[in-house]
Design a protein around this ligand. Sequence first.
Ligand SMILES: Cc1cc2nc3c(=O)[nH]c(=O)nc-3n(C[C@H](O)[C@H](O)[C@H](O)COP(=O)(O)O)c2cc1C
Length: 194
Amino acid sequence: MNTADLFNQLVRNRRSVFPDQFDAGKKVDDTTVKEILTNAIWAPNHGKEEPWQFTVFTGEGLKTLADFQSELYKQEAGDNFKEATYIKLQNQPLKASHIIAIGMKRSVNKNIPEVEDICAVACAVENMYLSLTAYGLGGYWTTGGITYKEKAKAFFGLGDNDRLLGFFYIGYIAVPSTSAKRQPLEEKVKWVKE
Ligand SMILES: Cc1cc2nc3c(=O)[nH]c(=O)nc-3n(C[C@H](O)[C@H](O)[C@H](O)COP(=O)(O)O)c2cc1C
């Protein structure tokens, strides 16, 4: 197969794989995770600002993340506290091999709109998604839990002007995702030729 055909297949077969589908306890090599992160940082970004900041949790670090996010949820939930959510925040991380907290460090050059820093980080995450697929690993981007809590930022080395954009879970696949569908191209693309 030529490179373009291979790449088309890789992109179209990429699927989110969720923690309950992971082979819990099976560890991905840190070296592979570094390769995935290296692909992430080769994403396009405006002004060469490279506005990503990743924190990798693995081993006992997964418990550290689980404790942090469940306790922050408890602190902030008030009357809306739900025991099931607390337990999920405790348990989900432990199913993964590695979890990468996805941070956006705001560009120093303020001529670059914030949305462009966010877009650059999203490009980096897509590189991670595609890399996982190439390695036969599973994972997904979640923006649930404490993602948008201001008080979470400092734990991930992020300041007031930065943003936490979620978490990228990585694991070996025990139960593959089923095939997915997309709307026809014609519904999403308009061509202008004259
Ligand atoms: C910005 C972003 C945030 C997401 N957040 C969540 C999430 O919080 N929970 C979740 O189950 N999936 C989340 N996903 C993954 C989507 O559920 C998944 O991409 C979608 O179902 C399409 O499936 P696919 O990735 O296999 O094509 C997120 C994806 C993106 C791009």
